[in-house]
Design a protein around this ligand. Structure first.
Ligand code: PMP
Length: 424
């Protein structure tokens, strides 16, 4: 038995399913998870000392690659001054100035500790501002694990084939209405059926939790129009896309401004961070100035802020990072199209996805058509050859600045091998 297997046996005795987040479990691909002991640049190393080229990147935050010296040194400096004060710090001001400076629609921003918290809080702000209860989300979009968001969610919920979570009171889920991604008519219909009752529409501007699904031309602009016509807030969940698809995120890339925006892991560079922000008149409703209550002992933690600031400043000062990861993304998608006949290849910028279905994949229903048993065989083939990807069909391949053309060519070649072996 390898060290990962040993650790997993121990873990299962004391942690539900042996993991602290279900997306880390390898159950759906018929394996035990690899326990990771360290990571550097585009490589991660498991407890048995095996090296893998990593296309998960801690699910998004490691856009510069693992253990980037600029981030590590900023953390080392911050740690020397103490870990947490539960009081205001200069780091937080600098972080807020940076985010507001990067994203025109964000006039005020509040730090929290995860994407889940960011979304939960943004939704509360939207409800408080509009004095309405109902929300529209899209099937297959994942917005963290708060009660109102676990309705037709993507990511681990989709992988496990659990339609909705137990433990979510019907009263919480009742106000969450679901529309179909890329289908403006489905949103229009919900507005027509619930006049004056919808507080917000929340969307992943590029859906990255049902595999990767790009917004069709006009979809995001159409949502903007529908929200304006109906007095609802448009919330972009940029936990994955923020500072990744461009420095100003999906809003910059697609030229659409949201009223509220949520961020996560990428602004902590791997430390636990989230944030929500947006229009001043909405964010001014948040405590202590307004009556929407939201708080956090560790929010704006100085070490997390130091890590995030180092990464975001690096990105601001090195636009060539975006040029590099964009070109890697294009190269990988072209390679995959050649390597994997009969499969849909999707993506945007440094996010890619290979769907085991001919496609086109445009929403939850078409993503769900993917052959997950075949995906599991593909996943195991890659892992055996030192390539670490998310253990689910319904997640993205994440590229970082540390990846090279050689890496993505090797990935495409390995996938081509898989398709050849499958045939024989
Ligand atoms: N929103 C989106 C779009 C996400 O992808 C995720 C997690 N991957 C979340 C929210 C929740 O973030 P967290 O896991 O940090 O709570």
């Amino acid at each position: 038995m390898g060290r990962s297997e040993e650790l997993f046996e121990r873990a299962k005795r004391v942690i539900p399913g042996g993991v602290n987040s279900p997306v880390r479990a390898f159950g759906s691909v018929g394996l035990t998870p690899r326990f990771i002991s360290r990571a550097d640049r585009q490589k991660i190393y498991d407890a048995d000392g095996r090296a893998y080229t990593d296309y998960v990147g801690s699910w998004g935050p490691m856009i510069l690659g693992h253990n980037h010296p600029v981030v590590r040194e900023a953390v080392e400096r911050a740690v020397k001054d103490g870990l947490s004060f539960g009081a205001a710090t200069e780091h937080e001001v600098e972080m807020a100035e940076l985010v507001c400076g990067a994203v025109p629609s964000v006039e005020l921003v509040r730090m929290v500790n995860s994407g889940t918290e960011a979304v939960m809080s943004a939704v509360r702000a939207a409800r408080g501002f509009t004095d309405r209860d109902k929300l529209v989300k899209f099937a297959g979009c994942y917005h963290g694990h708060s009660d109102a968001m676990l309705v037709k969610a993507g990511s681990g919920v989709m992988t496990a084939g659990v339609p909705d979570s137990a433990g979510v009171p019907a009263s919480c889920a009742r106000d969450t209405l679901t529309a179909a991604y890329n289908d403006l008519e489905s949103v229009e219909l919900l507005f027509a059926e619930n006049p004056g009752r919808i507080a917000a529409v929340i969307v992943e501007p590029v859906a990255a939790n049902m595999g990767v699904v790009e917004p069709a031309g006009g979809f995001l602009k159409g949502l903007r129009r529908l929200c304006d016509e109906n007095g609802a807030a448009l919330i972009f969940d940029e936990v994955i896309t923020g500072f990744r698809l461009a420095f100003g995120g999906a809003q910059e890339r697609y030229g659409v401004e949201a009223d509220l925006v949520t961020y996560g892991k990428i602004i902590g560079a791997g430390m636990p961070v989230g944030a929500y922000g947006g229009r001043r008149e909405i964010m001014e409703r948040v405590a202590p100035v307004g009556s929407v209550y939201q708080a956090g002992t560790l929010s704006g933690n100085p070490v997390a802020m130091a890590a995030g600031l180092a990464q975001l400043r690096y990105l601001r000062e090195h636009p060539e990072v975006y040029a590099h990861i964009e070109s890697l993304g294009r190269r990988l998608r072209a390679g995959l199209r050649e390597a994997a006949p009969g499969c849909a290849v999707t993506g945007a910028g440094s996010l890619c996805c290979l769907f085991f279905t001919p496609g086109p994949v445009v929403d939850y229903t078409t993503a769900k058509a993917a052959d997950t048993a075949r995906f599991a065989r593909y996943f195991r083939f890659l892992l055996d050859r030192g390539i670490y990807t998310a253990p689910s069909q319904f997640e993205a391949l994440f590229l970082s600045d540390a990846h090279t053309e050689g890496d993505v060519d090797a990935l495409a070649a390995c996938i081509a091998d898989f398709f050849r072996t499958e045939k024989n």
